[in-house]
Every structure is written in C-alpha cells, then in structure tokens.
Design a protein around this ligand. Structure first.
Ligand SMILES: *Cc1c(COP(=O)(O)O)cnc(C)c1O
Length: 230
C-alpha cells in the first residue's frame, strides 16, 4: 500500500516536471511522516527515500534516535524557541522561521554545536489570519535582518498554501511566492543563498512544481490519513 502510494506520488512529481520543462532532480520529495510509526518510515526508506518531514520537535528527535543516522529530517512545523534544542543537531533544514527571536535562538543553539543551520523563512503568502509566517511585504526586510546571524543561513522560502478543493486555486499564491523568491535572490544579500522554494502538499504539489517548487512536502498522499487521537 505505502509503496504504491509512494510510486504514484513519485510518478506525478515526474509528470509535473515534464509538463513544466523541469529536471526532476531539481525537486525533492519530502515524505511527511508526522504521527506515523517508525515501521512505516522504514518501508519508505527501503524505496530509497531519505527526506522526512516532521512538525513536532520531540517527535523528530525520537524518530531520529530510532532510525539510521543518514536520513535527512526536515523541521516543517511551527517551532517554539524552547524546543529548538531538541532538533538543532538532528534536522537538516528548518522550514518554519517566522520571527527574529526564533532566528536568534536557532543561531545561539547552532553556535553551541559549532554548526551553521540552514533555514527557510515561512511566508503567509495568502495572508490567512490563522497561519504562521511573515507577510510577503515584510519578508525582504526580515531576511536582511536575520542575515547578520553567523550561525544560520537563509536558503529560501516556505509556505503553507490555503486548504482548497481545487489545486488550481493555489496557483496564483505559488506564483507570488516564486516572484518574491526571485526578487530576494536578485538582491544578492550577504550570507543568504536563495536556492530552495518549499511549497506544495498532497492536494496541490503538482501545481506547486509547475510554478517552481524545489521541495514538496507530501504526507497523506504517501502515508494515508492521519489519526490525531493516537
Ligand atoms: C502536515 C504537513 C504537510 C503534509 O500535508 P499533507 O496534506 O498530508 O500532504 C506539509 N507541510 C506541513 C508544514 C505540514 O504540517
């Protein structure tokens, strides 16, 4: 079941690349394993997928401990400052930086570990009141500000697009995030390397790829529905 789901998603990623004239090597599929057991992750690893996304720091840490150490763990959920310590030496990329205070904490923790932490800046591209992330128009100034931290490196932008029935409804938002990404890239800000655009989930990853996503985060499409009771 899992394998078939995965192969179907991988095929749809390839087709979306084809349609938009992109090289599939430019797009990383992140298997979002939140709430799912280690046994399911192992099944996905056996299919040569090594990028996993989690939204709870403790869950990321616990799964990290139980699984091979060469996996790439992506911290994709809202991150509280007091929990940065759980993931600082385990995550390969934090997708959800949305405040200077959080950036500062990540910087401090990274310094303690003698590393430079790659991060993405989360943008609330549709300006939904319920969502985390910076407003698009404040993103450039925010990146200029956090670019001064020496132990984090801004590598791009991330967004969680609105929940919609028809993925076409999000195309405009993906286009807007891509534009913002290109605008910021063209500023050539010191210590910023805009190379990652993390957008698209189960419901809309194909449209996101057509509009330039370099990372898509797919949970339900691979692992099935999540049950939050357990
Ligand atoms: C849960 C989650 C996903 C995956 O969502 P699906 O709709 O299950 O693919 C992607 N990104 C973030 C930030 C998430 O929290």
């Amino acid at each position: 079941m899992l394998r078939e789901n995965l192969h179907d998603i991988q095929k749809r990623v390839r087709l979306a690349c084809q349609r938009s004239g992109r090289n599939p090597d430019e797009v990383t599929l992140i298997a979002v394993s939140k709430t799912k057991p280690v046994s399911m992750i192992q099944e996905i690893i056996s299919e040569q997928v090594f990028d996993f996304g989690e939204n709870k720091p403790q869950e990321l840490r616990d799964k990290y401990e139980l699984l091979p150490k060469d996996l790439r763990w992506h911290m994709i959920g809202h991150l509280q400052r007091n929990k940065v310590k759980y993931i600082i030496d385990k995550a390969c990329l934090i997708h959800s930086v949305d405040s200077v205070r959080l950036a500062e904490t990540i910087n401090q923790e990274a310094e303690k570990h003698g590393i430079v932490m790659p991060v993405l800046v989360e943008v609330n591209i549709a300006k939904e009141p319920s969502k985390f992330g910076l407003m698009p128009e404040e993103t450039l100034d925010f990146i200029r500000e956090v670019s001064h931290f020496t132990h984090i490196k801004v590598n791009g932008l991330m967004t969680i697009a609105p929940f919609v029935e028809n993925p076409e409804d999000n195309r405009f938002y993906f286009q807007n995030l891509k534009k913002l990404y290109v605008d910021i890239k063209e500023k050539n800000i010191d210590n910023v390397n805009m190379c990652i655009l993390s957008m698209g989930m189960t419901g809309d990853f194909e449209v996101a790829i057509e509009e330039g996503a370099t990372m898509v985060r797919v949970g339900t499409g691979i692992f099935g529905e999540r049950n939050y009771q357990i």
